[in-house]
Design a protein around this ligand. Structure first.
Ligand SMILES: NC(=O)c1ccc[n+]([C@@H]2O[C@H](COP(=O)([O-])OP(=O)(O)OC[C@H]3O[C@@H](n4cnc5c(N)ncnc54)[C@H](O)[C@@H]3O)[C@@H](O)[C@H]2O)c1
Length: 267
């Protein structure tokens, strides 16, 4: 059945606003939700404020929705309280609501921080197991596993995007490897909304010359990124973290936050 009714959570956020503009006018209904203020609804849009931790509100939010692009949640390292509420309880609420609503697919904004304690080289691919570098990263690894469970148990298609650094421009040397341009982010979401799959992990990264990841799984599904952070190389080479633990691992600066271990023990 063709997808006509799409929900974006986190619609007030940086990526939510980019995606709202990209998907506008493409579907019969584009429902937009966030806990933060959003612009008023335009033609074909509905604006529905909701807290992901409020299960009855999320049940109502998913009513009639065929596909969700789930961007909402705590998007940086935070306390356990913050991460549990928005990213663990919130995600369980979202998936339960999707199950009850008969939603066909959920695109989940996972993160490179779910695998942040993998070494940068040699390159890894979508089969790299979770190796979170932060409480935030643990919540994203949980999200990937929850998506797997709902795919197998309830047939909800799961598309987990391990987003690197999705922003207008890369800002340091690491992001020459992890950057995803906004147009490439939209291209990846288009794949998630249209391709046939049951459960997939892909990387949200542009066609960077220095990418940490082999993203052939995304390419197999139809992703064709057009941008490369190498254009910023001369400006950003040498802009590094002062911490060795950050520079060795894909998660970069999240690795050293609260770090009390030994770099040589991370294997
Ligand atoms: N931008 C990146 O480089 C990047 C990288 C990896 C993963 N991601 C993930 O992609 C998603 C979007 O990222 P972003 O950069 O737009 O982040 P963002 O922080 O700008 O947007 C997240 C949105 O979620 C909303 N939110 C937070 N708690 C909520 C709650 N309890 N209920 C409802 N809404 C809530 C916030 O109000 C915010 O508008 C996030 O899930 C983030 O973890 C982003």
């Amino acid at each position: 059945m063709a997808i006509e009714r799409v929900l974006i959570t986190g619609a007030a956020g940086a990526l939510g606003r980019v995606l709202r503009a990209h998907l506008r006018g493409r579907y019969t209904l584009l429902r937009l939700s966030d806990i933060a203020p959003m612009d008023p609804a335009g033609p074909g849009e509905e604006v529905v404020p909701a807290d992901l931790a409020d299960a009855p509100a999320i049940d109502r939010l998913l009513d009639g929705i065929q596909a969700v692009v789930h961007l909402g949640g705590h998007s940086v390292e935070g306390s356990w309280e913050q991460v549990l509420r928005a990213n663990i309880v919130g995600l369980v609420n979202l998936y339960e609501a999707a199950r009850k609503a008969g939603t066909e697919r959920v695109l989940f904004a996972s993160s490179n921080h779910a695998v942040g304690f993998h070494r940068r080289w040699p390159r890894t691919d979508h089969t790299a197991p979770p190796k979170p570098d932060s409480r935030y990263g643990v919540s994203k690894a949980f999200g990937e596993i929850l998506a797997r469970y709902y795919a197998d148990k309830h047939g909800i298609k799961g598309f987990c995007m391990r987003i690197g650094s999705a922003r207008a421009e890369p800002v340091d040397e690491r992001q020459l490897s992890t950057w995803q341009s906004y147009p490439d982010f939209c291209r990846l979401v288009d794949v998630g909304l249209t391709a046939w799959y049951r459960y997939e992990i892909v990387y949200g990264v542009s066609a960077n010359t220095r990418s940490f990841w082999d993203n052939s799984n995304a390419e197999r599904l139809g992703y064709r990124p057009e941008d490369d952070a190498e254009a910023w190389a001369s400006k950003l080479e040498g802009v590094k973290s002062p911490h060795l633990v950050d520079e060795l691992h894909v998660g970069g600066p999240f690795c050293s936050v609260d770090f009390t271990g030994r770099v040589e023990d991370i294997v």
